[in-house]
Design a binder for this molecule. Structure first.
Ligand code: AMP
Length: 171
């Protein structure tokens, strides 16, 4: 199964000059999605996670079925103001302005091994922020995994954990 064939690329979304890699078509194809989850499971299992973490929102789609496949729990890193109860947050710099990610304060027991998932690695800023947040609540972040990598942006260099991706684009 060639996962790449099921990922749609849409030019100039969400703004001119951006090539958007859309996993909707991958999710909609049962066999291709099965293969995606199987390949991620193979890559993530050796890290022996206690929990998988998904980054809002397509990271949820990636991490939740994988957690089921690996027989581990799933927790969410969300944008500001979406999670009920006590939360811990981390604010980080963007090219223009800042953004904030949150986790529920009781989501992690310190020392738990986690692997963090998102659909796509671009600059690595989103994943780096999630890893920072997770470490601030005591998580032992073992790896980051993605379906798609924009290799030309070299986002890996901003991540200090092992990085797994299934498909890489060079432009
Ligand atoms: P970054 O923080 O630069 O690594 O951006 C990664 C986040 O933005 C992920 O949550 C992606 O879903 C989204 N993203 C960034 N660039 C793209 C793109 N070209 N196509 C689809 N999603 C993207």
């Amino acid at each position: 199964m060639d996962i790449r064939q099921h990922i749609r690329s849409i030019p100039d979304f969400p703004k001119p000059g951006i090539q958007f890699y859309d996993i909707s078509t991958l999710l909609a194809h049962a066999a291709a999605w099965r293969a995606t989850v199987d390949q991620l499971a193979e890559a993530v299992r050796p890290h022996k996670p206690d929990l998988l973490v998904g980054i809002e929102s397509r990271g949820f789609l990636t991490a939740a079925p994988l957690a089921l496949a690996l027989g581990v729990g799933f927790i969410m890193v969300r944008k500001k103001g979406k999670l009920p109860g006590a939360v811990i947050r981390h604010t980080y710099d963007l090219e223009y302005g800042t953004d904030t990610v949150e986790i529920q304060a009781d989501a992690i027991t310190p020392g738990q091994r986690v692997v963090v998932l998102d659909d796509l690695l671009a600059t690595g800023g989103t994943m780096a922020a999630a890893i920072h947040l997770l470490r601030s609540v005591g998580a032992d972040v073992r790896a980051a995994a993605f379906i798609v990598e924009l290799g030309f942006l070299d986002g890996r260099k901003n991540l200090d954990v092992p990085v797994t991706t299934l498909v890489s684009y060079d432009q």
